[in-house]
Design a protein around this ligand. Structure first.
Ligand SMILES: [Ca+2]
Length: 391
């Protein structure tokens, strides 16, 4: 069973507000989803990158070649894991212009491009699946955050009737809406949890190979520890996702649809309207793992499907600090604490990879090098994780 620490019961500074438990929870999602204001001028990612380049903000030349470590993989590989040689690479995204995902300043968190070195490691080829997570729960009796009834200690201003276990679920809107308020398409759903990803009427029947979702950061970390693994650092995650190739826009190259074929499960169609997801990439909503070709290291779904928790605290200025420090950042572990200017009182860890809800209309953070973030106790139906292992 998970041991609740005193710290976990201490409410974040922003939570004992008059808006109550439900709203407080959803506010936490703001960061979890890394979404913000919509700008009508939002362009396709290629155009965004061109704009960033034209404005002098960045250029592809800032990416120096990747220098993978030469050490061969020890054998045999742990089951389900692939070798990531690590090495030195350029980290960040020059596509993170102001036109992506809104808030001025905040979306430049993937700049500047800076040089990083990471040791080699093993990484799960896919996101952790429901059947894998079930083994962990059966073996340990672990109870996830979403399954726990919120306590008055954690949410002292919430009406008692609102203190019900549950989690946040993407809820398409009946009609098209302005993309300026995510409250319109995210709901707190009682009894939504990893076994019931979109609420009590949903289950995992036939979804054994889907990535587990509705897991908060501590749930992911607990699984990793049980499995004898750990969550990747943000630098390890990006090194792995880039697959040894420098400065590409996507995990598969610079073209969104090479040969007219989608390479990841994202969202096509009118967002976030009921029935708006056309599933042109083959999937409406979440998909089983490994439905698209892997990257050069053999990693599946490093773009799209579900966001992935990594171990670093989120700060918008992490990269600026590393760049200022100069040289090559060696095995960076992230900052000592969290700070998101958009929600300064929320404690957030980094999310990577984007999800099945990423769309060119709104948020294109399935692109390599871009960053997401999530309040650590907030789960949702488009955030999961994968693990790594040192050797
Ligand atoms: Ca899709």
């Amino acid at each position: 069973m998970r041991k609740k620490s005193a710290a976990q019961k201490t409410p974040p500074a922003s939570r004992p507000s008059a808006i109550g438990w439900l709203i407080a929870s959803v506010v936490g999602i703001a960061g979890a989803l890394a979404y913000a204001r919509y700008k009508p001028s939002l362009a396709a990612p290629e155009a965004a990158r061109a704009n960033a380049t034209n404005s002098g903000a960045a250029s592809a030349s800032l990416f120096a070649p990747t220098l993978p470590n030469k050490t061969p993989a020890p054998t045999p590989a742990p089951e389900g894991m692939v070798w990531v040689p690590g090495g030195e690479f350029s980290m960040g995204s020059d596509a993170a212009s102001e036109s992506l995902c809104g808030l001025p300043g905040v979306t430049r968190d993937a700049l500047p491009i800076h040089r990083v070195y990471v040791d080699s490691f093993w990484m799960d080829a896919t996101e952790v699946t429901n059947e894998q997570f079930e083994k962990f729960v059966k073996a340990t009796g672990y109870v996830t955050v979403a399954e726990q009834k919120p306590t008055p200690e954690e949410f002292p201003t919430a009406p008692p009737e609102n203190l019900v276990a549950g989690s946040t679920v993407f809820t398409p809107t009946p009609q098209p809406v302005k993309l300026d308020n995510y409250f319109q398409w995210w709901s707190y759903v009682p009894d939504a949890d990893w076994r019931h990803p979109t609420g009590p009427a949903s289950d995992l029947e036939g979804r054994e190979k889907y990535p587990v979702v509705q897991v908060a950061y501590e749930d992911a970390a607990a699984y990793a520890m049980w499995a004898g693994k750990r969550l990747p650092t943000e630098a390890e995650w990006e090194c792995a996702a880039r697959g040894g190739v420098a400065g590409k826009l996507y995990a598969w190259g610079d073209e969104l649809k090479p040969g007219g074929r989608f390479q990841a499960n994202i969202y096509e169609g009118r967002f976030p309207v009921e029935g708006g997801d056309t599933g042109e990439d083959g999937f409406k909503g979440i998909a089983p793992v490994a439905q698209f070709p892997p990257n050069p290291y053999g990693l599946y779904d490093v773009a799209g499907n579900v966001w992935e928790w990594v171990s670093d605290w989120y700060r918008a200025d992490t990269y600026a600090r590393l760049k200022l420090a100069g040289g090559v950042a060696r095995n960076p572990q992230g900052p000592d604490s969290s700070y998101d200017p958009a929600e300064p009182n929320e404690k957030k860890r980094v999310h990577r990879g984007g999800s099945f809800l990423c769309t060119d209309q709104y948020c294109t953070r399935y692109m390599l090098g871009t960053r997401g973030k999530g309040e650590v106790r907030t789960a949702s139906d488009h955030v999961g994780f994968r693990c790594v292992k040192s050797h």
